[in-house]
Design a protein around this ligand. Structure first.
Ligand code: UT7
Length: 337
């Protein structure tokens, strides 16, 4: 039976032009191309130049998504959700500035902070707003600029993260249409908040009257612990969303997991019982782009013609918080070029 749903209507991506290879990092710190490729699958990432902020990347990706949505793309967008862990500043949020620069007028605009799960959380937020009738169309952007938060003396994080932005346009439609977001599953475990994050600058530090130590301005991560939780939570959340959608694992055409580490994606595939050919992998080119990783992977796969109309996609992500989230959707009938 058909029901109201958000339907994918546009897709965009943008990465800053500067490519940073593993070899370049090997010259700056005690690491090697061999270690990075074997332990993560990453071959290069893009870093934003000095002076480029998250909103700048978000505007580029958003503009592309609106263009790909065609006539009406700019016209009736009523909501912008920007998912980011690296906003331009603490306050105000990044989304209103992005909306204004995209010429979207005085629409509702908010940031969603859910670490690397941010895009799935933002998709869920926008889908719910469309289904509730609060807007006819929404723009959802995942955007990150990690470079300023990377400690180049910490090889365990500096080689992992990259900058970029990916975006989708959603329109109000129905579940029987190609491109419908059918169901989402979201979760969190704040007892594990200290495993990954950027602690400095928030009200916790301000409330102690102690200025943040320079190290606290940087991203830290207990990679080994996060790895274990990432696989477990993405597998559980994926199963939950497949149950809700009424899909068996065999019916999924493409698994678009958070692009953190190829070994995590392979472990996820093993736990779900999905063959690796169905994994969408883009992290070799861009590294871990956090909230941008799923829309960047979607845009890359779409540009290669990998998806066909009504293919069944499972999106699943995991990140700081800890947070996790999954979505089941079908691929739209139109080309989202
Ligand atoms: O996106 C948010 C969610 N984040 C994630 O999902 C990340 C999850 N974690 C990971 O992807 C992995 O844990 C990492 C890629 C971060 C690290 O891989 P690992 O296999 O867990 O390595 P490790 O931290 O256990 O370190 C193994 C060894 C250590 O040396 P010793 O103590 O065995 O001598 C590290 O010092 O590798 C060393 N190491 C490196 N060596 C060369 C750590 N980083 C590097 C490096 N280059 N860049």
């Amino acid at each position: 039976m058909s029901a109201p749903a958000a339907v994918l209507a546009g897709l965009g991506a943008h990465v800053p032009p500067r490519t940073v290879t593993n070899d370049e990092l090997s010259r700056r710190m005690d690491t090697s191309d061999e270690w990075i490729v074997q332990r993560t699958g990453i071959r290069q990432r893009h870093w934003a130049d000095f002076g480029v902020a998250t909103s700048d990347l978000a505007v580029e990706a958003g503009r592309q998504a609106l263009k790909s949505a065609g006539a009406g793309g700019f016209g009736d967008i009523g909501l912008l959700v920007v998912a980011t862990a690296t906003p331009d500043q603490q306050c105000p949020s990044t989304a209103p500035d992005v909306a204004a620069r995209l010429g979207l007028g005085t629409i509702a605009a908010l940031d969603v902070g859910a670490g690397c799960s941010g895009f799935v959380y933002a998709l869920a937020t926008a889908s719910a707003a469309l289904v509730a009738g609060h807007a006819e169309r929404a723009l959802v952007i995942g955007a990150e600029t990690f470079r300023p938060f990377l400690d180049l003396t910490d090889r365990s994080t500096a080689v992992i993260f990259g900058d970029g932005a990916g975006a989708v346009v959603l329109r109000r439609g129905t579940t029987d249409e190609a491109g419908a977001v059918l169901t989402v599953d979201l979760g969190s475990d704040g007892t594990l908040k200290d495993l990954v994050g950027i602690p400095g600058n928030g009200s916790r530090h301000r409330s102690t009257g102690r200025p943040a130590h320079p190290d606290e301005q940087y991203l830290y991560m207990n990679g080994k612990e996060v790895f274990v939780h990432a696989v477990r939570r993405m597998a559980q959340s994926s199963s939950a969303v497949l149950d809700q959608a009424g899909w068996s694992v065999d019916e999924v055409d493409h698994v678009v997991g958070h692009q953190a580490n190829l070994r995590i994606l392979h472990a996820l595939a093993r736990q779900l019982g999905v063959d690796r050919e169905r994994l969408v992998c883009h992290l070799d080119q861009v590294g871990n782009t956090s909230a941008a990783s799923i829309p960047l992977a979607l845009a890359d796969a779409a540009s290669r013609g990998r998806f066909r109309s009504r293919d069944r996609l499972l999106l699943t992500a995991f990140g700081a918080g800890l947070t996790w989230g999954s979505a089941a959707l079908t691929w739209p009938g139109t080309t989202l070029a």
